[in-house]
Design a protein around this ligand. Sequence first.
Ligand code: ZN
Length: 310
Amino acid sequence: MQLEGIHHVSSITGDAAGNVDFYVRVLGMRMVKRTVNQDDPSVYHLFYADEAGSPGADMTFFEYPGARQGRAGAGMIHRVAFRVGSEDALDFWAQRLTDEGVESERDGASLRFADPEGLGLELLADESGDPPLSARSPEIPAEHALRGFAGARAYTPDPERSAALLGDTLGFQPEDEGGNAWESRGEQRGGFYAYDPAPAERGIPGAGTVHHIAWAAYDDDIEGWNERVSAAGGHTSGLVDRFWFRSVYFREPSGVLFEIATQGPGFTSDEPLEHLGETLVLPPAFEHLREQIEPNLTPLPNPRAASSAT
Ligand code: ZN
């Protein structure tokens, strides 16, 4: 069994409309699913990804309208990194973010910034050779488009605590001596998971913070992953059917909530590829709640219709 890097990263927003505008219009991702949080169907779960809704490019948000801004602390991911094709692409993004009033910081092959609610983001010039996972956007030249996840960075005071789980149980490869940097790499793709020293201030969950990170598994391996993590002493959720994928959740020793999710059946299992994300889609088990759910959700435009109209 091996994991194929990051499947998705799920975070919290207090402002669905602003979130769609930033991730779809500004960053040029495609909204590939508009649904509700299966653990709290009164709130949105929005998925942004590449054109095909692939695992490996899937940034998701739970909307808690008006949620207070949180702050990443120990045991929380504080930055999510995406790949771009070149350092020229970083020049393009630095200018585009400036034009949008977003401050960014260039450091060689890296461009760091934050989304409107303070979620740390980074673009890295990609040297992985992995197939790019990009979306089409009317405002982003194809050669500069985001290409999927590069990795994620978390805060911990003690990276050694997580080393056995990451290395022995999940098969991540160490990239340094101190257990601060790891890579999950499979046959198709890889992604890094790195630690930075935790700030003194306690973390506060809220808007602009990451809720969990999911790693991509082959469909037939998901029971095996549940057993392997359990056998290593991890307290897992057991298998959870998320309709578009099947998942196992557990906390890694630093405190970050991990999920292992299957690559299939995927987002085209209930919507045609051309129309992904245009309307509210509920998994069959939630469809009977539509009349209660839909009127209470923040109205959102279809971002593709908005862009093709201009
Ligand atoms: Zn998830």
